[in-house]
Design a protein around this ligand. Structure first.
Ligand SMILES: Cc1cc2nc3c(=O)[nH]c(=O)nc-3n(C[C@H](O)[C@H](O)[C@H](O)COP(=O)(O)O)c2cc1C
Length: 243
C-alpha cells in the first residue's frame, strides 16, 4: 500500500498477535524514530524499551491499559530528555539553568513526540499496529521510580507496537477546513461542529465493537469535565524544571 493510503488507514491497535518483532525490525523502528527532525539538533528524547514482563504489567496497570496479558507487542516509553544536555554542560562546567525552563521542556516534549510519530508511521508502513499510551502519566512518580528517570526528564507517553490481532474502523477526522486555515487562524463554526457531530455519531453507532451513543462534542465535554493529572506541575518541579 502507498504510504499515504497507509497513513489514512491509521487506527490505534490494542490487541496484538504472538508474533514477535525481529531484532532487525526493532532496530529499524529505533532508527526511524531517531531520524525525525529535532529542534536545534538537540535530540532531546530517550526511548525505553520495556522487556521485563513484571515491569510492563506494572506500567499497564498505571496506564489502566492491559494489553494481551503483557506479553504481546513491544512497549516503548518516550521520554522528554534534557538530562543528556545537563551532562554535556556539566562536563564543561557550564550552567544548566536554561535547561530548566518551560521552553526547554516544550522542545524536549516535541522532540520525543516527533521521534515517536516517526516510529509509528514506519511501523504502520510495514504492517505493524501501534497505540500511544498517555495513561502512563496517571502516576508519574511511580513511572519515574520504575524507569529510574533522572532529573530533567519527563515520560511523555508509551507506544505499543506489534502485529495487529484486530483493527478498529478508521475514525473520521475533522474536515480539512476545520484544521487548515489560509494566512489566518480558522475558527470552528457551529455548522462545522454540528456536521462533524453527525459524522462521529454515525461512526460510534456503526463501528463493529464498543458501539456508543456519543459524538465528538460529547467526547470533548467528557474529557474536560474535570482537571486531569494535576500533579504534573509538582512532578516537573521535582524533576528540576522551574516555572
Ligand atoms: C499522546 C496520546 C496518548 C494516548 N493515550 C491513550 C491511552 O492512554 N489509552 C488509549 O486507549 N488510547 C490512547 N491514545 C489513542 C487515542 O485514543 C487515539 O489515537 C484516538 O482516539 C484516535 O483514534 P485512532 O488512533 O484509532 O485514529 C493516545 C493517543 C495519543 C496521541
Amino acid at each position: 500500500m502507498e504510504l499515504f493510503e497507509t497513513m489514512l488507514q491509521h487506527s490505534s491497535v490494542r490487541s496484538f498477535t504472538q508474533q514477535q518483532l525481529s531484532q532487525d525490525l526493532k532496530e529499524q523502528l529505533t532508527l526511524a524514530a531517531q531520524s525525525a527532525s529535532s529542534s536545534n539538533f538537540l535530540q532531546a528524547f530517550s526511548i525505553i524499551e520495556i522487556t521485563d514482563i513484571k515491569k510492563r504489567k506494572q506500567i499497564e496497570e498505571i496506564a489502566n491499559f492491559p494489553i494481551d496479558n503483557g506479553d504481546k507487542g513491544e512497549l516503548y516509553i518516550f521520554v522528554a530528555d534534557l538530562n543528556k544536555h545537563a551532562q554535556v554542560l556539566t562536563l564543561n562546567n557550564d550552567s544548566i539553568d536554561h535547561l530548566r525552563t518551560m521552553e526547554s521542556l516544550v522542545v524536549s516534549v516535541v522532540d520525543a513526540t516527533l521521534a515517536a510519530q516517526s516510529m509509528a508511521v514506519y511501523a504502520e508502513s510495514v504492517g505493524l499496529g501501534i497505540c500511544y499510551v498517555g495513561g502512563i502519566r496517571n502516576n508519574l512518580f511511580q513511572i519515574k521510580e520504575l524507569l529510574d528517570l533522572p532529573e530533567l526528564t519527563y515520560p511523555v507517553f508509551g507506544l505499543f507496537v506489534g502485529y495487529p490481532a484486530e483493527k478498529n474502523e478508521v475514525k473520521p477526522r475533522l474536515p480539512i477546513n476545520a484544521v487548515l486555515g489560509t494566512n489566518t487562524y480558522r475558527t470552528l463554526t457551529p455548522d462545522m461542529i454540528d456536521s462533524y457531530n453527525k459524522k462521529t455519531t454515525a461512526y460510534y453507532q456503526q463501528r463493529s465493537s464498543n458501539t456508543q451513543e456519543t459524538n465528538w462534542s460529547e467526547k470533548v465535554r467528557q474529557h474536560f469535565e474535570y482537571p486531569r493529572r494535576s500533579d504534573t506541575i509538582e512532578f516537573l518541579k521535582k524533576q528540576g524544571f522551574v516555572f
